[in-house]
Design a protein around this ligand. Sequence first.
Ligand code: UT7
Length: 325
Amino acid sequence: MIVRSLVRGSGSALPVRAVSNDELAALVDTTDAWITERTGIRNRYLAGEGETTASLAILAAQRALEAAGMEGASIDLIVLATTTPDQTFPATATIVQNAIGCRGGIAFDVAAVCSGFLYALATADAMLRTGGARRALVIGAETMSRLLDWEDRGTCVLFGDGAGAVVLEAGEVDETDPASPGIIASRLHADGAYNQLLYVDGGPSTTGTVGKLRMKGREVFRHAVVNLAAVLEEVLHAAGISPGDIDWVVPHQANLRILEATARKLGLAPEKLVVTVDRHANTSAASVPLAFDVAVRDGRIKPGDLVVFEAMGGGFTWGASLVRL
Ligand code: UT7
């Protein structure tokens, strides 16, 4: 028997205000046709007054706890991935901890931009497997709209706000049984040589301002397909699994063309992709847990399914995790 991190529940949250491509086209020099054809995005949710990364994270966490049938007080680890914290410090994870009635455990944020949830998941998994904690909330939450330059049509149409969360619990499983649940393998990477292809042009230690998101989209696109296919292959190889064994791929939702190209490169059937980019746009660290929760709640992802998560983002950072539910 070995200890694995078992997924006990998931939850997600979106801001109240949905914004269509046509609504954006009234503000920015763009069209619904361009956005839909180039990205697959049709809609995004944008945070309004009073809606913050923490408020969305708290809602997602509460829904995940409810799905798991657990009390907030029983959580002893919160790892929250965000690139848009409510404040530079304290960590947004501590705001969530306080709101869910949990005290004295571990709570911290992880910054790996769009790959943040994969980094947070692998970190929490390592701590659970080595006895550092028993029950974890892993959250991806973002208000990317607060970093957007609304005069840059090449970026402002691509992003949205939201949050997703999963509850993990350490449990003993029989590692010789391929049907045993839990996080089976994770792989993470970063290559800072590319950190000027997708970045924010400000920060507390440089300009003293929050800054705006800047991206060389075409170059990011090219690297995304190569890196994602490579890390997916790596995680499948580590677990001795072939693409045909996978029930669902829950990818980072940046661009429908990236999702489809990556699946094609690996020989993964397109109907196994969970796609929410049309509804949510790119919600950075929130996109994987948000898409996962959508597919769990609409009944596509079921207990026993073999699911792979993948993401790539600023840094560059990228990663993948293989999970049996
Ligand atoms: O989440 C982190 C990872 N991020 C990503 O994975 C994003 C990766 N990149 C992409 O998804 C795509 O590169 C974009 C969607 C950002 C852009 O698509 P593209 O096919 O690479 O277009 P492009 O940037 O090469 O621009 C093509 C044309 C340009 O016009 P010209 O120079 O050909 O006349 C742009 O000015 O499209 C123009 N354009 C737009 N037109 C209408 C750029 N943005 C817009 C827009 N509306 N919103």
